[in-house]
Design a protein around this ligand. Structure first.
Ligand code: GDG
Length: 737
């Protein structure tokens, strides 16, 4: 691998001025920690905004900041105040953030914000393009930079690009609300690997790609012309050891050296050792479910008077985006709720909610984690939630209970936690009680299991897995390139062709000589294709056969008057030039009355799908059906057919948006070989695009030139990207008489 560069909205340093001199302070967040290990190991750069607006600094100071950052391998993208406002505060935080967290009512649809988003993304892409070299890897982060992958790929296709989304990807029904949905998706699809925290987000993303663009998707691979894009889930981890070590250190710190926070907490317990602490830490954001949590805690104290004076909720709310109106309102709401709970249940010795509206140093954070009995984490939506993992990592004696929202990505890794719905205050109230009363041995059992899991998949492992997947996708693309008919490879094939006295050429039709349309009858050969076939068959040396799954009526009609042989229905029928149709096998269609009703029921239940009846096969087409429903029904149909076909010696074939049932033992490979018998062809070529053509590739003689159209894995020796590339190549052959 060449270098790996990181691109993120913020660089992993914050800038402050000490006596007028700029200084850098490293960020402590999970992303900074994880990525530090990556970009330094791969000697790349980190490209991002340094966090100070360019027009609030003198050019000389900007240059000094840049020079400091450069020493750390960082490259600045400078943003003006206006850009920060319209791009970051505007489109990022007032459009994408609320929408992707399902707060559609908070979304601003301002065209100016969108314009700023495009411009700033272009700035990031341009800066990256200045830094990277051919063959490098780039890892782009998060929702602020969704257009950057495509902006880089379109200029430098040989860069391997990874993208990771740190927030949820919403369901299609929500995503489609956005007027710029196509552009955002197109931007992401410039990447070769697209990562999400959970499989659910990945699924939502794939569903949007399928519905908006109709690209073919197999499992988690998106097929676009000459590229495969992988989508996958990589649940982000934390620097586990850092929290574990810090908690051990705190535990060993002598009384007098302890921090003020630590001493305050101890005082609380001194009053009554049975007292309990519940902890919540988050940015003050409407996605974090803070009011719901407070209301649930209030209810808990109301309904459980025995706990008044015994349990305190420590709530650390980190100031965030406080110039946005929704955040200001949230702050007032939270402070009112805290005031009312404290007013109702507090007294001179007891404050039910200790509320901190600020950030705390790392050391204090770990003190809170290690001293609180319960973590109450209740977001209404959260991409992952690292706080939950940090709490687990800091529990060195393995006590402590996690109450976690089912709406946080992290819940998938916390099966042992008490899982709540953040909109169900009654359930949350019960969960608080359950957590406070959980016996110690059960706490330990649950905590130990979570610790094992979270320790194993830490932020370093996460980054390593992502880079590993980038390598894999790079290899897939390379495999394609290795088989691609480059001009040099093309020349050797043409030389062979030229020297041969008798050339047998097998050409699949749909997806090979012509593209796909919703109606399979609409893709009859166009004038260009007819001309090409005529030119290719002009030389007597060229014996051209169209080998297709289509029925013989259609193919005879389409190729009437052309000098081609036809093999139809995957090899049931053969018509040599000037002869009649001949059956190549003893196929039977007596099974049709049994299978037809099954397929018909799928037509009825899947709007847009239809049944095609051939002589020896039945085909259910779902290209025109709603994409996801089509895929789902296809799976159901396959399952249903599997039982039936065994009794009738039938085969199920899955083509491109079709499920076909046909007589067993018939395939294009067997048909082509029987056609070749006694022919003595000294140049054999087979070209096809889907898996039914794989029989042809496998069964043609070893010396044959086999060509797959597209980039999927294949038995063919060569690949061409598109129908256009096939036509261009055949054109070259047709010139050699
Ligand atoms: C986004 C997604 C996803 C918090 N207060 C203090 C402090 N923190 C640190 C925590 C934790 C981080 O901030 C918060 O991370 P979260 O994951 O909980 O939430 P977001 O900021 O919303 O992050 C989220 C994440 O990206 C990663 O992909 O998990 O879903 O929304 O590391 O420790 N750190 C210090 N003082 C504080 O007062 N030092």
């Amino acid at each position: 691998m060449k270098k790996l560069h990181i691109v993120s909205n913020r660089l992993p340093f914050s800038i402050s001025f000490d006596d007028g001199n700029p200084t850098l302070t490293p960020s402590v967040g999970g992303l900074a920690t994880g990525m530090n290990s990556v970009y330094k190991d791969f000697s790349g750069n980190w490209i991002g905004w340094p966090g100070v607006a360019s027009d609030s600094q003198s050019p000389a100071d900007l240059a000094r900041i840049d020079a400091l950052l450069e020493k750390e391998g960082c490259v600045s993208v400078h943003l003006s105040n206006h850009e920060v406002e319209e791009f970051y505060e505007g489109f990022c935080n007032n459009t994408i953030w609320p929408l992707f967290h399902y707060f559609a009512q908070y979304v601003d649809f301002h065209a100016e914000f969108w314009d700023a988003y495009v411009e700033v993304n272009q700035k990031f892409a341009d800066k990256t393009l200045e830094v990277i070299e051919d063959g490098d890897y780039v890892w782009v982060h998060d929702y602020q930079l969704m257009l950057v992958p495509e902006m880089i790929k379109s200029k430098k296709p040989n860069i391997t690009i990874g993208y990771f989304l740190h927030i949820p990807f919403p369901s299609y029904e929500v995503f489609r609300i956005l007027p710029w949905r196509d552009e955002l998706l197109k931007g992401l699809l410039g990447a070769d690997l697209i990562g999400f925290h959970t499989y659910d987000y990945e699924r939502h993303f794939l569903s949007s790609v399928r519905r908006l663009f109709g690209y073919e998707i197999t499992f988690n691979e998106i097929h676009i012309d000459d590229r495969i894009i992988l989508a996958d889930a990589f649940p982000m981890g934390i620097d586990y050891k850092k929290f574990d070590d810090a908690a051990i250190k705190i535990n060993q710190t002598p009384l007098k050296e302890r921090s003020e926070v630590h001493r305050e907490l101890e005082k609380y317990f001194l009053m009554d050792p049975d007292r309990k602490l519940v902890l919540s830490i988050d940015r003050l954001d409407y996605s974090k479910g803070i009011p719901n949590r407070l209301r649930a805690f209030g209810r808990f104290l109301e309904n459980h008077p025995e706990y008044r004076g015994k349990v305190t909720l420590i709530m650390l709310s980190v100031p965030s985006r406080n110039n946005v109106i929704h955040y200001q309102r949230l702050r007032s709401e939270v402070e009112e709720l805290v005031g009312s709970i404290n007013g109702l249940y507090g007294n001179i010795n007891y404050t039910p909610v200790w509320y901190f509206y600020r950030t705390m140093p790392f050391q204090n954070l770990v003190e809170l984690y290690s001293m609180c009995d319960v973590a109450l984490i209740t977001p209404v939506r959260d991409g992952m939630n690292l706080v939950a993992k940090e709490y687990v990592a800091s529990r060195i004696n393995q006590t402590g209970v996690m109450v976690i929202s089912e709406m946080a990505g992290v819940v998938k890794e916390m099966g042992e936690a008490i899982v709540i719905n953040p909109n169900d205050e009654n359930q949350m109230e019960k969960a608080i009680l359950q957590a406070l009363e959980m016996p110690l041995d059960e706490q330990k059992k649950r905590m130990a299991t979570m610790q094992k899991r979270i320790r194993r998949y830490d932020v370093f492992k996460w980054a390593k897995e992502f880079v590993g997947a980038l390598n894999r996708v790079n290899k897939i693309q390379k495999d394609f390139l290795a088989k691609k008919i480059t001009p040099e490879v093309g020349k050797t094939i043409i030389d062979k062709f030229e020297k041969a006295g008798k050339r047998a050429i097998f050409l699949d039709y749909d997806g090979t000589l012509t593209g796909f349309k919703a109606d399979p009858q609409e893709v009859q050969p166009d004038a260009e294709l007819k001309k090409l076939i005529d030119e290719l068959t002009e030389s007597e040396k060229n014996i051209v056969t169209i080998i297709s799954g289509r029925d013989k009526e259609t193919l005879s009609k389409w190729f009437e008057g052309h000098n081609v042989n036809l093999i139809c229905e995957h090899g049931v029928w053969l018509r040599r030039i000037g002869e009649d149709w001949n059956m190549l096998t003893n196929a039977s269609n007596s099974w049709m009355p049994t299978i037809r009703p099954v397929l018909e029921s799928y037509v009825d239940r899947t709007p847009g799908s239809f049944l095609e009846e051939k002589n020896y096969s039945l085909v259910w087409h779902f290209r025109r059906a709603e994409a996801e429903l089509g895929e789902l029904r296809a799976k159901e149909l396959r399952d249903e057919l599997t039982e039936l076909v065994a009794n009738h010696n039938l085969e199920i074939m899955e083509g491109n948006k079709v499920v076909e049932v046909k007589t067993g033992g018939v395939n294009k490979g067997a048909a082509a070989n029987s056609f070749l018998l006694n022919m003595n062809a000294d140049f054999i070529m087979g070209v096809g695009d889907d898996w039914t053509d794989e029989f042809l590739f496998k069964e043609l003689p070893e010396t044959a030139i086999t060509v797959k159209v597209g980039i999927k894995h294949t038995n063919a020796a060569y690949k061409l990207e598109t129908v256009e590339a096939v036509r261009a190549f055949l054109k070259k052959l047709s010139k050699k008489k």
